[in-house]
Write a protein that binds this ligand. Structure first.
Ligand SMILES: NC(=O)c1ccc[n+]([C@@H]2O[C@H](COP(=O)([O-])OP(=O)(O)OC[C@H]3O[C@@H](n4cnc5c(N)ncnc54)[C@H](O)[C@@H]3O)[C@@H](O)[C@H]2O)c1
Length: 342
C-alpha cells in the first residue's frame, strides 16, 4: 500500500464511534483526530482511539492535517460541516442522509465540484452483492419497463429514544420517520426506480410521540420514468415489521427485506437461486443500535479506494441527493411553507 491517508471524524456519538472502530481496522488509513462540540465526547473518543481531539470544526480542519472527514453529527449539520471541509479540498464521507435541507445539499455538491473534494454518503443497503444484482437487472433493462416500486418501513422508536438528545425529532436537525429511519428505503427506491418526478399524495402525522416531526407517513409518488409507488413509514409499529422494497417491471420483479433479497425473477426465471449471497439484514427496526456494520465496512473501504483511484465512491453526492430531493418533495406537499422547519 502506498500513501497512508489521514482520516478525521466529527460527531463522536453512537455512529461516530462505529466509524472509528472500522477506520482503525482499514489498512492504509490512519485516524488523525476527532472533533465533537461536547468536549467530554471528543476527549473520550480521542483517548479511546489514541488520537488528538478538537471541539471546534474550523480549528480541527486547519490543524489536524486530514485527507478525509467522516461526518457523524446530527443530520441537519452534515451539509454545512461538509462545505467547511470541501472548501479546504478535504474529501467527505457523510452519514445518511447528506442533510435534510436540499439547498444545503446542493451547495455542498457545488463546493465539492469546485475544489475537487470527493463526496460520499453512507447508504449501506447498496453495498451488498445481492441488492446490486437487482439494481443491475434494472439498469441493463432485463426487468423491462419499470411499472411500480413501493417501500414500507414499519419501525418502532420509544419516546425515550427521541428524548435522549435535543436534535432528535426536530425539523431543523433530524426530520421524522421518513428522514431518519425511512431514508434507507427512500434511497433504495430512487436507486432502483430512478428519481421521483412528483409526489401525488402525502399524509404526514405525529400520532404517538411528543416530537415536532412525523412518526407516521403515507405517500404516493410518480417516478420520472412513469412508474408509480407508495411509501409507508412509521416509528409507531411495535413489534416492528419487515422493511420491504418491492419493484416490478414488464419482465421481472424483486422484493428486498431490508438489504436481503427475498424474491427475484427475470423473464420467468428464478434469479434468487443464482445469487450466492442474498444479502443481509442491516437491522434497526426496534433497536437503533442492533444494526449490522458489514455494509459500513464495505462502503468505508470503498471510499478510501476511490480516493486512491481518483474515481467516485460507491454512493456519491449526486446519488445521495436523490433521497433528499424526494424528502423535500414530500415535505413540500404535506407541509407547504414550512420546509426548513422554522
Ligand atoms: N447508517 C446508519 O444506519 C445510521 C445509524 C445511526 C445513525 N446514523 C446517522 O449518524 C448521524 C449521527 O447519529 P447518532 O445516532 O450517532 O447521533 P448521536 O447523538 O449519538 O451523536 C451525534 C454526535 O454529534 C455531536 N455533535 C452535536 N452537534 C455538534 C456540532 N455542532 N459539532 C460537532 N459535533 C456535534 C454530539 O455531541 C454527538 O456526540 C445521524 O446523521 C444519523 O442519521 C446512521
Amino acid at each position: 500500500m502506498s500513501l497512508v491517508l489521514r482520516a478525521g471524524l466529527i460527531g463522536c456519538g453512537g455512529m461516530g464511534r462505529e466509524h472509528l472502530k472500522i477506520l482503525a481496522s482499514i489498512e492504509g488509513v490512519q485516524i488523525a483526530g476527532v472533533c465533537d462540540s461536547r468536549e467530554e465526547s471528543a476527549r473520550s473518543a480521542g483517548q479511546d482511539f489514541g488520537v488528538p481531539f478538537w471541539t471546534d470544526l474550523e480549528a480541527f480542519l486547519d490543524e489536524a492535517g486530514i485527507d478525509a472527514l467522516h461526518i457523524c453529527s446530527p443530520t441537519g449539520m452534515h451539509g454545512l460541516q461538509g462545505i467547511a471541509a470541501a472548501k479546504r479540498g478535504i474529501h467527505i464521507l457523510s452519514e445518511k442522509p447528506l442533510d435534510i435541507h436540499l439547498d444545503t445539499v446542493d451547495a455542498l455538491i457545488a463546493e465539492c465540484d469546485k475544489t475537487g473534494a470527493l463526496l460520499g454518503c453512507i447508504f449501506q443497503r447498496r453495498a451488498f452483492p445481492a441488492a446490486r444484482a437487482v439494481y443491475e437487472s434494472i439498469a441493463d433493462g432485463s426487468m423491462g419497463k419499470i411499472l411500480s416500486c413501493s417501500v414500507s418501513v414499519k419501525w418502532y422508536r420509544s419516546q425515550e429514544y427521541y428524548n435522549q438528545d435535543s436534535w432528535r425529532g426536530t425539523w431543523s436537525l433530524d426530520g421524522g420517520a421518513l428522514a431518519n429511519q425511512g431514508i434507507h428505503s427512500l434511497d433504495q427506491m430512487v436507486w432502483l426506480a430512478g428519481p421521483v418526478e412528483e409526489v401525488e399524495y402525502a399524509h404526514l402525522d405525529t400520532v404517538a410521540h411528543d416530537i415536532e416531526v412525523e412518526d407516521f407517513a403515507l405517500v404516493v409518488v410518480r417516478f420520472a420514468n412513469g412508474a408509480r409507488g407508495t411509501i409507508e413509514a412509521t416509528t409507531c409499529c411495535r413489534p416492528d415489521l419487515a422493511t420491504r422494497v418491492e419493484i416490478y417491471g414488464t419482465n421481472g420483479s424483486a422484493a428486498l427485506d431490508d438489504a436481503r433479497v427475498i424474491r427475484f425473477g427475470i423473464g420467468g426465471e428464478d434469479r434468487l437461486q443464482g445469487l450466492l449471497d442474498h444479502g443481509v439484514l442491516t437491522g434497526g427496526g426496534a433497536d437503533p443500535w442492533a444494526i449490522s456494520l458489514a455494509g459500513h465496512q464495505i462502503q468505508i473501504a470503498d471510499f478510501y479506494q476511490a480516493i486512491r483511484d481518483k474515481r467516485p465512491p460507491m454512493v456519491d453526492g449526486r446519488e445521495a441527493r436523490m433521497s433528499v430531493d424526494l424528502l423535500d418533495k414530500i415535505y413540500r406537499k404535506a407541509r407547504p411553507g414550512a420546509i426548513r422547519g422554522h
